[in-house]
Design a protein around this ligand. Structure first.
Ligand SMILES: *[C@@H]1O[C@H](CO)[C@@H](O)[C@H](O)[C@H]1NC(C)=O
Ligand SMILES: *[C@@H]1O[C@H](CO)[C@@H](O)[C@H](O)[C@H]1NC(C)=O
Ligand SMILES: *[C@@H]1O[C@H](CO)[C@@H](O)[C@H](O)[C@H]1NC(C)=O
Ligand SMILES: *[C@@H]1O[C@H](CO)[C@@H](O)[C@H](O)[C@H]1NC(C)=O
Ligand SMILES: *[C@@H]1O[C@H](CO)[C@@H](O)[C@H](O)[C@H]1NC(C)=O
Length: 316
């Protein structure tokens, strides 16, 4: 297993890119990001509701200066279109619903199509996918379920960064010290049983023309899987790992990294994505509508004793 690949040559290369591309700061200082709720898959949650959002994703976005709106399932297409034009980005969280046959994936599809259409016509609309969100984005882009089994549940790894990192939107402004840490230390947490191999990726033209691979990893059996993707022409980003757990999940028998550098990469990613959302000018039509959509209208439930999440928002 070759894990430590990001060394001096990448270092210098990165420096030149950092100078070439100044950071573009988003101007919308009151961004609101939607998180799509998902069907409860764990039976112990059913006593609280039919759909949920783990609080760690909410805190992740809030920590970088965004507010959050839950995107409920089974709304009408018109309601989703209206919501789309009121918010500045969407996050597809991790979880466990069917990649195609779920209310979550149908809702994700609607926002994905709207985001592509909007970004193509100059209205920059970012989407972030984490773990299951990553997997669903690859299914939406390719129209296929390309996942294969990977043994990467409860394991923290360093990212094997690709050369495309240096010209990527996600990382070309990352401090070198942070990139070195993420390439060397076990600070990206994996909790997945499926993944996309680089081979599958390259064999699928839709995927390989749409995204660039920014990092890969090997699972416990040595199977290579893609850990970070960035769309070439759209503000669409996907990670198979979980940047939110480093700061917001604490179960002591799970491999959640909490070192100084683990906190740094988590905050860096949150700052990056929320800055992307600041480039979108959408807003609710009035304060009242905005207030009633925000997640502050719901109370998270204590779930640390029944799940890997400290708190969960339940709906429906
Ligand atoms: C959404 O609709 C599906 C299909 O009608 C239904 O099975 C499911 O319970 C609904 N989910 C919610 C949260 O209302
Ligand atoms: C889709 O999911 C529903 C509800 O879980 C199930 O009844 C149905 O058989 C599934 N359809 C397919 C094609 O898998
Ligand atoms: C990182 O994790 C791997 C796999 O669990 C382990 O073999 C390795 O010793 C860890 N490295 C460090 C620096 O902790
Ligand atoms: C998860 O991984 C950690 C660190 O490797 C280990 O100590 C723990 O026992 C694992 N937990 C489970 C539930 O497998
Ligand atoms: C978990 O904690 C909550 C809040 O303290 C409590 O109401 C609930 O009964 C606990 N559940 C279990 C399974 O221990």
């Amino acid at each position: 297993m070759v894990l430590y690949t990001c060394t001096a040559p990448v270092h210098l290369y990165l420096l030149s890119f950092t100078l070439l591309y100044p950071v573009v700061l988003g101007k919308n200082e009151r961004p609101i990001i939607g998180i799509i709720t998902q069907e409860v898959s764990d039976e112990v949650f059913l006593q609280y509701g039919k759909t949920y959002i783990a609080d760690s994703y909410v805190k992740f976005l809030e920590s970088a200066g965004s507010r959050v709106v839950p995107i409920r399932l089974n709304l009408s297409e018109d309601e989703y279109i209206h919501l789309f034009h009121s918010i500045n980005g969407v996050l597809l969280p991790g979880g466990a619903v069917d990649v195609f046959n779920s209310s979550f994936s149908r809702t994700a599809d609607i926002f994905y199509q709207l985001a592509i259409k909007a970004s193509s016509s100059g209205n920059y609309f970012p989407i972030w996918g984490t773990c299951m969100g990553f997997q669903i984005l690859t299914a939406l882009t390719s129209g296929k379920d390309l996942l294969c089994k990977t043994s990467a549940n409860n394991i923290s790894l360093p990212l094997i960064l690709t050369d495309d990192v240096s010209s990527s939107k996600m990382f070309h402004h990352a401090p070198l010290e942070l990139l070195h840490a993420v390439a060397r230390e076990n600070i990206t947490a994996n909790f997945h049983h499926f993944g996309i191999t680089p081979k599958t990726f390259h064999a699928n033209e839709k995927l390989s023309t749409f995204y660039r691979i920014l990092s890969t990893n090997h699972d416990r059996d040595g199977v290579e899987f893609i850990s970070t993707l960035e769309a070439r022409d759209y503000p669409i980003y996907a990670v198979q790992w979980h940047p939110e757990v480093n700061r917001f999940q604490w179960r002591s028998d799970l491999a959640y990294p909490h070192s100084v550098n683990a906190i740094w990469i988590s905050q860096y990613i949150a700052n990056f994505f929320v800055n992307e959302a600041r480039k979108n000018p959408n807003h609710f039509s009035n304060t009242k509508e905005e207030e009633s959509a925000l997640i502050y209208n719901w109370q998270p439930t204590y779930t640390a004793n029944i799940s890997g999440y400290e708190q969960v928002y339940f709906f429906d």
